[in-house]
Design a protein around this ligand. Structure first.
Ligand code: ASP
Length: 290
């Protein structure tokens, strides 16, 4: 039965740096995600579980690996969406949540709102019993360790998209945002339709300079090109990224459609990514073309 899974660890990548640790980690995750889908776990549970592992690793600019904003505070964004139910949840500029993607999931499951931001998001997540970082100085990883200390490589959002064996699509994305961001800056990641999207056609998770992914409604744009324009997954993903570039942005996206086709294009220097499906053995890539 058809299934497919893609992960990304961000479009910020510097060819001068060594990403072997991230590659090894993504290799482990893609195999464990494959096992989850093969055992019948839903696409939604699989993408959330994998993004949580990436948040906890400290290897990407998300969760433990996040960078502080200009005021020295870590503010995090995350979004999740389930295609079959067309339900979504998101948190924006939440401070010190250990797993922002779990907070986003709780917003979705609570069902009263789609997105919560700032203090309200934090209060909601605390009320749900989620973990918060008590000692930020001790918890967050120094970015030099994961090679994302400058503007070009200074974004490393994580994301996952999947098609499960029941034909359901889902997407999850989590980020510490761009380096040197202003306090209160919200990127594309938690904006449903910009950085994260899933419906019955396609699931998409984006990474790159978030402002341009907001201005192009990038994640939803992939779906719209497929549904209204009858584009293939690859054509749609490429055209969306071309529009991001035309406006002056760069980055990449991962996308899986309901047939189990996968696309992971980027127009930055590299994008940490991994994929597997019932038709393709696991692959992990950073700089090589799609
Ligand atoms: N898209 C993210 C943001 O703008 C950054 C990234 O992908 O690394 O917040």
């Amino acid at each position: 039965m058809t299934y497919a899974l893609i992960l990304h660890g961000g479009a910020g990548a510097d060819p001068a740096r060594d990403y072997r640790e991230q590659e090894a980690h993504m290799g482990e995750l893609i195999s464990s995600g494959q096992d989850r889908l093969l055992s019948g776990e839903s696409a939604f549970d699989t993408v959330v579980a994998l993004v949580k592992m990436m948040e906890a690793s400290g290897l990407y600019v998300a969760g433990k690996g996040s960078a502080p904003n200009r005021e020295g505070v870590v503010e995090l964004d995350a979004g999740v969406m389930e295609g079959s139910s067309r339900k979504a949840g998101a948190v924006a500029a939440i401070r010190h949540a250990v797993h922002p993607v779990e907070a986003a999931r709780q917003v979705m499951e609570d069902g009263r709102q789609v997105m919560l931001a700032g203090e309200g998001a934090g209060a909601f997540a605390r009320a749900k019993g989620l973990d918060f970082v008590e000692d930020p100085d001790a918890y967050y990883v120094d970015h030099v360790k994961h090679g994302s200390q400058d503007a070009e490589s200074g974004h490393g959002t994580v994301g996952a998209v999947a098609l499960d064996r029941g034909g359901n699509l889902a997407a999850a994305t989590s980020t510490g945002g761009t380096f040197f961001k202003n306090a209160g800056r919200i990127g594309d990641t938690p904006i449903i339709g910009a950085g994260t999207w899933a419906d019955d056609t396609v699931a998409v998770s984006c990474t790159g300079l978030g402002e341009f992914f907001i201005l192009t409604s990038a994640a939803h744009d992939v779906s719209a090109r497929m549904r209204y324009g009858k584009a293939s997954l690859r054509e749609a993903a490429a055209a969306t990224l071309a529009e991001v570039k035309r406006l002056g942005g760069n980055g990449g996206l991962i996308a899986v459609d309901r047939m189990g086709n996968i696309a992971m294009p980027f127009n930055s220097k590299g994008m940490k990514r991994a994929a597997v499906s019932d038709r393709a053995a696991p692959v992990v890539r950073v700089f090589e073309p799609e």
